[in-house]
Design a protein around this ligand. Structure first.
Ligand code: ZN
Length: 268
């Protein structure tokens, strides 16, 4: 591994109403949107940012989000397309713990895990309006036990192998791989900026802006803990992209996602 490469691991799709995607703005009606994780191959190791959703969890708890996920769109399946297994990933970072960003954490008991220092406590004791977002608790024994959901833990999770290093502020994970604090959507949400040797940087908004239209209109999703902070985070993302001449990539934007490189194709 010499120059940094970024692979997008296609994780399938889900459905929300347009008024959830564009809070208080809509239009309403079913919107099918993509879910994906970001694998960064760096000279210092492999970093996986987010782990998608677990199909069985969605069918059990939120079947109205109508998941479509093939075997190749599970985390082990998407890694296998690249000739990799979960054990080949050294570090897992969760942008936040909504179910569609942490469903595959169970495959990485060996990995070092990183998130904002307030995200696990929040998942363990979330606001009533955050219960569905923070519904897959398999990423943390601590959170699952605190919520009375220990029965979710069926994949050998222990306190030791679900412990996170808690971070705060903007952090350089490895040279040119930067976690950008963008709270509002969740209490400790992170976006991701990756710099390359030979192409322009990519700024992954993650859920600070579901779509290009979200960012252009500063219209966040209805899922948030602090909408004012959410607007400030969108402005921060916009300015950062301008300052770095970065290409913006959005977390849940089907129109853009179909143009993104997935599978064995990569950015770098
Ligand atoms: Zn989210």
């Amino acid at each position: 591994m010499t120059d940094t490469k970024v692979y997008l691991l296609d994780g399938g799709s889900l459905v929300l109403d347009g008024y959830h995607v564009y809070w208080n703005r809509g239009p309403g009606g079913e919107v099918r949107f993509p879910v994906y994780s970001i694998l960064v191959e760096h000279k210092d190791g492999r970093f996986l940012i987010d782990t998608g959703y677990d199909y069985d969890h969605v069918m059990k708890v939120l079947p109205f989000e109508k998941p479509i996920q093939s075997k190749d769109q599970t985390i082990p399946g998407a890694l296998a397309l690249l000739g990799l297994e979960p054990k080949d990933v050294g570090v897992v970072v969760n942008s936040h713990f909504h179910f569609d960003h942490c469903g595959g954490n169970k495959y990485f008991p060996h990995a070092k895990k990183i998130c904002h220092r307030l995200e696990v406590p929040q998942a363990a004791n979330c606001q009533p309006f955050e219960h569905l977002g923070y519904s897959d608790l398999t990423f943390s024994v601590e959170a699952a036990e605190a919520r009375g959901q220990a029965e979710q833990l069926k994949s050998g999770q222990t306190k030791a192998n679900t412990t996170f290093e808690g971070i705060d502020g903007d952090i350089e994970l490895a040279k040119g791989v930067k976690l950008i604090l963008t709270p509002g959507h969740s209490i400790g949400h992170y976006s991701l900026l990756v710099e390359f040797g030979s192409r322009k940087p990519i700024l992954f908004t993650i859920d600070a802006a579901y779509t290009q239209k979200s960012l252009e209109t500063l219209c966040q999703a209805s899922f948030h803990i602090d909408p004012v902070a959410g607007v400030a985070s969108m402005r921060k993302v916009k300015k950062l992209a301008e300052d770095h001449g970065a290409e913006l990539m959005y977390s849940h934007d089907m129109e853009n996602f179909v143009t993104y490189q997935t599978g064995t194709k990569f950015y770098g």
